[in-house]
Design a protein around this ligand. Structure first.
Ligand code: ADP
Ligand code: ZN
Length: 514
């Protein structure tokens, strides 16, 4: 497709003068007839990647989207811009559905939004020639490795079998490397071109504080932000209501939001928030998916999120307009324990616990938090960000090159097939079963770190993960593996700066006080 045509269409239907990074690449690839997997942060501009081709392609574009509320917004927006679009879902009247089928038959529609649960009846109406593109939004919902698994999504692999020559575009805001491959696998698009946008949201400040006297801290936080919109995420419905009540008592326009409220109440609260009638929403994670409010100035996590994907997505709702916005996470061991309990009943318990562990390590980190967050999504950063609490108040550092070399070469010797605990055992020359049963006492790295305590080794290795020299393989028994960057330390003499590990006693005292 000609670039001028694309730009004209962008201007005419969306009012924009240029594409964002990646949008153009994705669109070109669709016109090449390829399958595509797009990973772009919330607010990155995913919709245009399929809505714009949909306008120019000869036949209809089928959009799979998980949330009915979201569908309606998108269709309303498109219709207002002059793009003929409709949605089908189970809540509609028979007559409305028939009217849409008629439009499909008459080739009057450019986009058709469908919930994954309603695929069957689409299947009867659309045949291969009648459909130009299949877009699958929130594609991470297909993967039980992702953070928002939806059983209905697992049927979607069927689409590629049924429409083998129709290009598929799968989009998501959050997927770690393993989840990405899983999405492509399950959608039967193993050769899909992967487009990964930068996840760096420089305008969001990152801060973590101990979860002590949380409400007092929040009260201080919002005191000088009377005109700013913000969200406070909580784990339980009860907490959302308690905090909202306390904030109201202090004169703030706050409201609780959770899945226990009626549909009407939820819609009203959302609208009030979007229209700045309500200033603060105290919500469970049910709130926010699909909310398009660009001037949210801050997000607080009253409780720990259960993994980094959720955390990133939730803080990502702040500052979509690009202006400076603040995020604050309260770290509490009580939360970690509770989340561990939730995870222990889940089907993929081990993965969930390991992801929770990474979340906990992020909260306890002594290195630039943005680096950790971006590393987690596979984006390696050299520079510290300057806009997180660690950068602004750095711990004491020392030259940890030798320690790093020892740890990384131990991971190398163990061929990425052992968890952190065994690596520490080998480094410390431990004589336990995990070591002796595999003859690890014969390795050259055995015992080279015996003068450093277990706790210190653990903290150093977590730092090495956080910096990006090693990673936890969630889907391979949580074994620790080296990343490419580790080579620089092992073979190129790269220096490693480590943070002094605080004494264990201080950490425990803080916890007991909370
Ligand atoms: P996502 O689905 O990735 O969260 P959206 O598609 O909702 O993001 O886009 C986020 C915001 O960016 C929307 O307000 C959208 O209109 C705007 N946007 C998208 N593409 C462009 C562009 N090329 N130029 C300017 N604004 C854009
Ligand atoms: Zn930083």
């Amino acid at each position: 497709m000609e670039e001028a045509t694309l730009l004209n269409t962008l201007k005419e239907y969306f009012g924009y003068d240029s594409f964002r990074p990646l949008q153009k690449k994705v669109i070109d690839s669709i016109f090449d007839g390829k399958d595509n997997l797009v990973i772009m942060p919330t607010g990155g501009g995913k919709s245009i990647c399929y809505q714009l081709p949909a306008i120019l392609l000869p036949e209809i574009t089928l959009v799979i989207s998980p949330l009915i509320a979201l569908m309606k917004d998108q269709v309303d927006g498109l219709t207002a811009n002059g793009v003929p679009a409709a949605y089908l879902n189970s809540s509609q009247q028979e007559a409305d559905q028939q009217a849409i089928f008629q439009k499909i038959d008459n080739r009057e529609l450019k986009l058709l939004y469908v919930a994954p649960e309603s695929l069957q009846f689409i299947d009867k109406i659309l045949t291969e020639g009648k459909i130009s593109l299949i877009a699958i939004d929130e594609a991470h919902c297909i993967s039980s490795w992702g953070h928002d698994f939806r059983p209905a999504y697992t049927q979607l692999g069927y689409l590629k079998n049924r429409f083998p020559s129709t290009p598929v575009i799968a989009l998501t805001a959050t997927a770690d490397k393993a989840t990405r491959s899983d999405i492509a696998q399950q959608l039967n698009i193993p050769k899909a071109k992967k487009h990964v946008a930068s996840f760096d949201r420089k305008n969001l400040s990152l801060e973590v504080r101990p979860g002590i006297k949380r409400f007092e801290q929040i009260a201080t936080f919002v005191k000088n932000r009377k005109k700013e919109s913000g969200i406070i995420y909580c784990l339980s419905r009860k907490t959302t209501e308690e905090i909202a009540a306390k904030l109201k008592a202090k004169g703030f326009k706050a409201e609780a939001y959770h899945a226990g409220l009626s549909h009407d109440d939820r819609t009203r609260i959302q609208d009030d928030f979007i229209n700045d009638e309500k200033q603060i929403i105290c919500a469970t994670i049910a709130f926010g998916m699909g909310i398009d409010k660009s001037n949210i100035r801050w997000v607080i996590h009253y409780n720990m999120p259960k993994n980094m994907e959720g955390y990133y997505q939730e803080i990502g709702r702040a500052g979509r307009d690009g202006l400076p916005s603040d995020t604050l996470l309260f770290h509490s061991y009580a939360d970690v324990v509770q989340l561990q309990r939730f995870a222990s009943n889940a089907a993929n318990e081990e993965v969930q616990l390991a992801k929770l562990d990474r979340m906990k390590q992020y909260s306890e980190a002594l290195t630039c938090r943005r680096k950790i967050l971006l590393n987690y999504f596979g984006e390696l950063k050299q520079e510290d960000c300057g806009n997180c609490d660690i950068c602004q108040n750095p711990p004491a550092f020392f030259d940890g090159t030798v320690i790093a070399q020892k740890a990384l070469s131990c991971i190398f010797r163990l061929k990425g097939s052992e968890p952190i605990s065994t690596i520490i055992d080998v480094l410390r020359g431990s004589q336990n079963e995990a070591v002796l049963s595999k003859n690890y006492q014969k390795l050259p790295t055995y015992g080279v770190g015996s003068s450093i305590s277990w706790h210190h080794w653990q903290q150093y290795i977590i730092q090495l993960i956080n910096i990006g020299y090693a990673e936890v393989a969630f889907h391979k028994n949580n074994h620790l593996q080296l990343t490419k960057a580790a080579k620089n330390v092992l073979f190129e003499g790269e220096k490693v700066r480590l943070a002094e590990v605080p004494d264990r006693k201080t950490i425990q005292q803080e916890t007991e006080a909370s």
